[in-house]
Design a protein around this ligand. Structure first.
Ligand code: G6P
Ligand code: ZN
Length: 567
């Protein structure tokens, strides 16, 4: 507690030319953020972009606890106090998962939140940090706000701060501190990182049934799960929800649940490559019925069945869409439309068609779902990049996805693989794979895209047939995806090159918007089979992969023989 009057000051600064937010905020190496005034400039520009709404506002602040979070939060506290923010609600030790921030913004009806994370990118002093702004609906800032933040970063000349505001250990202890800055009240409230979020999950799901599933009943053996937090922020939520509430064993059912500021030197991204540890654990121990992993900030998820049977995120979305009625939240609120990002396989489209629901295809990035949810036209959505979520918040939600899957399993009394096979039998299967070429030379990656764009303008692709391994595909349409938001008519252009074949197969090329160095090229490959639903996806998609590499001349432009990651 301190009531002694404090005065803010104005500090002269000069712009940095690299503060353009990517798909999800500004992500850079920790060293970059550590430069004098770098973090200060960006935070001031967020505040300036909010204009007159900022005065007297409340903001939520927290993140995945990665290295540099504490100094960044202290900077935010001081700059906020000097910019007439009236209150900050901060997670204890700076810890909030991204979904928890989204939930808090909505529950407290505040102006927005600042999330300190670089999501699935590695952390620690040599790795990445990030700052992302979320708006009052709880979702990531739309392009228009990110663009105005960026414009401001290019011409910033000063920032305001209160250097005498004592932040030492401020975020370590629960409670409220009041300050007097320039004669105004400024409040910092440190809250429990998990409480609100856990309460929300209890409203959405039937915890009683989920506990019975995990613990077993007289008529049903325990369903054995292995939940891997990959040393990220979900650890605290997993211990609370799965162990304390649902009765999972702290020794056998959860792993890597202590958040570490460098994620234990791993790449906290839940896919078959970076969560290989979990895959191995399920393959080695056939008594596990289910596995799941999350990324650093808890919005991504990967679902595995017995023996590490892999569920693609695109299939995960379709299965959930097909079974939402077993979740109390949807029973109560009804199921409106479904949506997926453009590169996500179209399995959910088939469910939407069968159930007579509206279906939307948006650009990559969770922010594009927000308007549809706010308008009451979207209940469930997902992305191939291991994101699944619903309109309970405005971010994707890893723990929510696992609880949703367990609800479906409990309801259907079937295992993961059985559920998938039943689904494919009914709908056919959208085979999908993604090839990532990480940290390529930026120049080569740009040339690859430019070359594809040239093919589009020349108009030579459409009508052309390509053959590989005895399979032929004829191009029906090729374009660079653009999207008009049906709610506010805003336009997003150049969202990925699409080559669509006559039989519905697709090849998509994009540059990642979430990396912090070099360029990552993503190639998305999809085909649909009505009858042949049990072939290995890599085998089924081999011919299309070859065609995709041929059309893009990827090896020539990148000098890469193999992708870094296949999902
Ligand atoms: C973040 C966003 C997702 C998006 C993904 C794309 O995780 O929250 O909504 O799908 O980035 O990443 P990329 O690296 O492909 O741009
Ligand atoms: Zn994330």
């Amino acid at each position: 507690m301190s009531s002694e009057p404090l005065q803010s000051i104005v500090v002269e600064t000069t712009p940095f030319d690299d503060q353009k937010p990517g798909t999800s905020g500004l992500r850079k190496k920790v060293k970059v953020f550590m430069q004098k005034n770098y973090t200060e400039n960006f935070v001031q520009c967020i505040f300036d972009a909010l204009g007159c709404k900022l005065k007297g506002s409340t903001l939520i602040v927290g993140g995945d606890g990665r290295y540099f979070s504490k100094p960044a939060i202290n900077t935010i506290i001081r700059i906020a106090s000097a910019n007439e923010v009236s209150k900050l609600i901060i997670g204890q030790l700076g810890i909030f998962s991204t979904p928890a921030v989204s939930a808090l913004i909505r529950q407290h009806k505040v102006l927005g939140g600042i999330v300190l994370t670089a999501s699935h990118n590695p952390g620690g002093i040599r790795n990445d940090f990030g700052i992302k702004y979320n708006i009052e609906n709880g979702g990531p800032a739309p392009d228009q706000i990110s663009n105005s933040i960026y414009e401001l970063t290019k011409k910033i000349t000063q920032y305001k701060t209160t250097p005498t505001l004592e932040t030492d250990r401020l975020i370590d202890i629960l409670g409220t501190s009041k300050f007097n800055v320039n004669g105004r009240d400024f409040t910092v409230e440190i809250i429990d990182s998990t409480k609100n979020y856990v309460a929300l999950m209890k409203e959405i799901f039937d915890f009683h049934k989920l506990r019975a599933l995990i613990r077993g009943t007289d008529s049903r053996p325990p369903f054995s799960i292995l939940i891997d937090s990959m040393n990220g922020v979900t650890g605290v939520y997993v211990r609370n929800i799965f162990v304390e509430e649902l009765g999972a064993s702290p020794d056998n059912n959860v792993r890597r649940v202590v958040p570490l500021d460098n994620f234990g030197e791993i790449h906290p991204d839940p896919n078959l490559t970076y969560a290989k540890d979990l895959v191995d654990a399920l393959q080695e121990n056939a008594s596990y019925d289910f596995g799941a992993a999350f990324d650093g900030d808890g919005d991504r998820n990967m679902i595995l069945g017995k023996n590490a049977f892999f569920v693609t995120p695109s299939d995960s979305l379709a299965v959930l869409a097909n079974n939402l009625e077993c979740i109390p939240y949807f029973k109560k609120n009804g199921v409106h439309g479904f949506a997926r990002s453009m590169p996500t396989a179209a399995a959910v489209d088939r469910v939407a068609a069968k159930l007579g629901k509206e279906m939307f295809e948006v650009p990559t990035g969770w922010k594009y779902f927000g308007n549809l949810m706010d308008a009451g036209r979207l209940s469930l959505c997902g992305e191939e990049s291991f994101g699944t979520g619903s309109d309970h918040i405005r971010e994707k939600d890893g723990i929510w996805a696992v609880l949703a899957w367990l609800s479906v399993i409990e309801h259907k009394k079937m295992g993961v693989e059985e559920i998938l096979k039943e689904h494919w039998k009914l709908y056919g299967r959208n085979y999908f794979t993604r090839y990532d070429y990480e940290e390529c030379e930026t120049e080569g990656a740009n040339l690859l895209i430019e070359n594809l764009e040239k093919l589009l303008t020349e108009g030579t692709l459409v009508g052309k047939s390509y053959t590989a391994q005895g399979k032929s595909y004829k191009v029906a349409k090729a374009d660079n995806f653009s999207y008009v938001d049906p709610i506010d008519n805003s336009v997003a252009q150049n969202q990925g090159i699409r080559i669509l074949f006559e039989d519905g197969s697709r090849l998509i090329y994009r540059l990642s918007g979430t990396g912090s160095s070099g360029a990552t090229i993503r190639v998305y490959i999809e085909c649909y089979e009505k009858e042949d639903v049990l072939t290995d996806a890599q085998v089924m998609l081999k011919p299309l992969v070859e065609i995709g590499l041929e059309i893009s001349q990827l090896k020539k432009f990148t000098q890469r023989e193999e992708p870094t990651v296949i999902t």
